[in-house]
Design a protein around this ligand. Sequence first.
Ligand SMILES: Cc1cc2nc3c(=O)[nH]c(=O)nc-3n(C[C@H](O)[C@H](O)[C@H](O)COP(=O)(O)OP(=O)(O)OC[C@H]3O[C@@H](n4cnc5c(N)ncnc54)[C@H](O)[C@@H]3O)c2cc1C
Ligand code: SF4
Length: 339
Amino acid sequence: MLRLPKFELCTPHTVAEAVKLLAECPGAMLVAGGTDLVPNMKHELFTPPRLVSLANVRELRGICTRDDGSLVIGAMTSLADVAASDLVRAHAPALAQACSLIAGPQLRTMGTLGGNVLLDTRCQWYNQTYFWRQALGFCMKKDGEVCHVVKGGKNCVAAASNDSAPTLMTLGAMLDLVGPSGPRSVPIDEFWVADGIYNKQLAKDELLVSIRVPKPPAGHRGAYGKLRDRGSIDFPLLGVAVRLDLDASGAVEHVDIVVTALAAQPKRITKVLELLRGTRPGTPQFDESVAQAAALAHKQCKPLANIPGDADYRREMVPVYVKRTLHAAARGEGPVHHV
Ligand SMILES: Cc1cc2nc3c(=O)[nH]c(=O)nc-3n(C[C@H](O)[C@H](O)[C@H](O)COP(=O)(O)OP(=O)(O)OC[C@H]3O[C@@H](n4cnc5c(N)ncnc54)[C@H](O)[C@@H]3O)c2cc1C
Ligand code: SF4
């Protein structure tokens, strides 16, 4: 049986109190639903002297819209609530779909959107017990100096595996953060860095308060496609988020495709707007452009052997999922996954 290392547990009731408790203890960490952090602590990937639980901070929960039409989701809102919310389904369908496919029902009840955005990167050589990692000689993400995925590699390439992240990128979301020096907001597009050891621009003493999604245009469509081993619970082997905005005549005005679970940060597929702009779903021209976008995505994506699932297989599934997810978005359907 894996035991948790010893730690002090603090249970603040306000954001201000949480920020103070975090700042005053070097190495302290926040815990939201604990569905990722607790297993990681059992694997001794993290051994914080103090955990600051956000469970009682009520101001961090809930979903609402602002006067400017933007959608605001508190960081402590559960994945199940995000997935079931009519507001989210209407305003940000791809996000609702992604949240509905994260882990299994119990984990979606405990797990939060904030914890998902800030999920640690994953690697088959890292998400293992201390004993297992020690037997291998560790790796540079934790306790060691080498990379087992890229021999001789100088950078960790553990995979961003949070299903919400690519959808929030297509939606142009903003992250509202707060730390000892006050609040700041950052576009999610600028939040990630290509470093699997720590792939986010969040200081260790900062807290994510809310996720803000700007009001989408009337013709907004979105969908999420997820490849995974077991349809009922697994992390993504590949995640594809699609945004498709149609103009008043039903033609494509804007398109965005972001792919995840390949490398340390989600990847935007470039040059797809040129292919799809002006085409109308349901026409041969649209179908042809979708096929070209899928081929382009295949060219631009080169998964590594960082997470389970053969890298060549995952690469071949990129165009399949891009194509299916684009068609699902055009039909106002989704998510795309196997069961
Ligand atoms: C069997 C299993 C399957 C899973 N499958 C998936 C999957 O398919 N897709 C997926 O994306 N995830 C999956 N997960 C991971 C996890 O359940 C989810 O990502 C969940 O959303 C994490 O949220 P949490 O509230 O439990 O985060 P926690 O575990 O509490 O925290 C995660 C990290 O975020 C930090 N954090 C949390 N909230 C804040 C905040 N407000 N401000 C600053 N830092 C914060 C914590 O310090 C920690 O580093 C799976 C987990 C398990 C055990
Ligand atoms: S990518 Fe390399 S350094 Fe990073 S966790 Fe995996 S084995 Fe370790």
